[in-house]
Design a protein around this ligand. Structure first.
Ligand SMILES: *Cc1c(COP(=O)(O)O)cnc(C)c1O
Length: 436
């Protein structure tokens, strides 16, 4: 498997004269030889910095450490590295030390919405489970930048057990999202054990894994790993490509293994200034993703984490990109553009506006071409008062096994059976969980 192209071979030989293709394709070899210093980076890539630059870079790296796999480094174009999307995502930038007054260490309040070590419980029916604090490559744009490089924090079985126990005693959790760090940094045996524990919980309907391995270390997707994962269907896998340049032969092979394994694949991109803040780049990216059986899932507005100010774009850039996708390309090739609410409100989708105006019986809409159209509302629509008594409803819902949950949030304001006219966030379930 894999090819040993010129750039890869050059780096492999600099690591060790006798390096072979099978070393290169071995994920543990890649991790062992990951780049963590400027000197190593200079030696392997041939890109050099002057003393003054090095001094500033070292200060940056004291705060936010560096780690780049030889594979990911091999994608950097040496000639044009200052503008290279791979370089910018992986190599330290002195602007990371610019902390703005509006930056936040934990912008998503993941620590406040954590009822148990390793768990972020934000939404009613699903949790984020941080099962590893390490990654193969330290993304410079990491939203959890505050934690990057915390030494040796791979949770023990005992620590993971606490998260598992929380999920066990919380029957509302039907979806568990494994994140980190990168869950695939755990050894195969621990992944096997963890998935076994989680999928044995009766109310857990699906497990998801968020991993950047197909992008930064595609050789981690081994046949052994896929065979372990296959035992725990339904398992959804989300990865994190930000630029079409990352979709290489090796990445395609990793994605093919996962798709052939039967896992639905999604992709979460982050909108990054001077990396992918361009409608053409994103369109090219989503097209390449769907060609490789990966469905674009989210496009994230860059978070307000400390050290990311140089990566942020205005929200308008994201809306402009969505405008260039909706209608212009396949519906399944377009992600949902989201802003993860500072303070911990979760993901908020944002879109261009398509409704231009409306009256009691007509809605005026526009399409992607600017054509303005009118939708005539039905003359007779009998609204059935919904008292959430599904048993006696004419719609004849046989929602077996789907437990009725009280309407929440804006849904509650819209519900016939509820007479609240305003929302009082203090009574929100998520806040109550914080109090507990
Ligand atoms: C993103 C996220 C999820 C999953 O959200 P989906 O929209 O279902 O993908 C769950 N919990 C937390 C804390 C999250 O940030």
């Amino acid at each position: 498997m894999g090819i040993f192209n010129g750039a890869q071979q050059a780096i492999a030989t600099k690591i060790n004269k006798t390096s072979t293709l099978s070393n290169w394709n071995d994920w543990k070899w890649q991790l062992k030889n990951s780049i963590s210093t400027i000197e190593q980076f200079e030696k392997l890539t041939g890109i050099t910095f002057c003393d003054k630059e090095k001094e500033q870079l070292k200060k940056t790296m004291d705060k936010f450490p560096l780690s780049i796999t030889p594979y990911y480094a091999s994608l950097i174009s040496k000639e044009n590295y200052q503008h290279d999307p791979v370089f910018k995502q992986s190599f330290a930038n002195i602007h990371e030390l610019n902390v703005l007054d509006t930056d936040l260490a934990d912008p998503l309040s993941e620590d406040s919405d954590s009822p148990e070590e390793g768990i972020t419980h934000r939404y009613p029916d699903r949790v984020l489970f941080h099962v590893s604090n390490i990654c193969a490559m330290y993304c410079r744009h990491c939203t959890r930048k505050r934690k990057v490089g915390d030494i040796d924090f791979v949770p023990s079985k005992e620590q993971l057990q606490k998260g598992i126990d929380y999920i066990k005693r919380t029957p509302k959790v039907r979806d568990v999202l494994l994140s980190g760090g990168d869950p695939f940094m755990l050894p195969d045996s621990k992944i096997d054990w963890l998935l076994g524990e989680l999928t044995a919980i009766p109310h857990v309907e699906v497990v998801r894994i968020g991993t950047r391995m197909p992008v930064v270390l595609p050789y981690r997707i081994t046949d052994d790993l896929v065979n372990i994962l296959k035992k725990y269907q339904p398992l959804w896998i989300n990865t994190h490509f930000n630029h079409p340049r990352e979709i290489t032969t090796s990445a395609k092979e990793a994605l093919a293994k996962l798709a052939d394994g039967g896992f639905p694949l999604g992709n979460q991109s982050v909108l990054l200034a001077n990396v992918n803040d361009c409608p053409r780049i994103i369109k090219n990216l989503v097209h390449k993703l769907v060609q490789n059986r990966v469905r674009p899932y989210y496009l994230y507005q860059c978070d307000l984490s400390e050290g990311l100010s140089h990566f942020r774009t205005p929200i308008g850039k994201g809306i402009e990109i969505m405008e260039s996708l909706i209608g212009h390309t396949s519906g399944f090739a377009r992600p949902t553009y989201v802003i993860d609410a500072p303070g911990g409100g979760g993901k908020i989708p944002v879109m261009p506006n398509y409704i231009i105006s409306w009256s009691t019986h007509k809605v005026v809409l526009r399409n992607y071409e600017g054509v303005i159209t009118t939708y005539k509302e039905p003359d007779h629509y009998e609204n059935i008062f919904c008292n959430r008594d599904c048993e006696n409803c004419n719609l004849d819902l046989k929602l077996e096994g789907s437990e009725e949950i009280e309407a929440l949030g804006i849904e509650r304001l819209l519900a016939d059976s509820n007479d609240s006219i305003s929302l009082i966030p203090e009574n929100n379930e998520r806040y109550n969980r914080r109090e507990e």
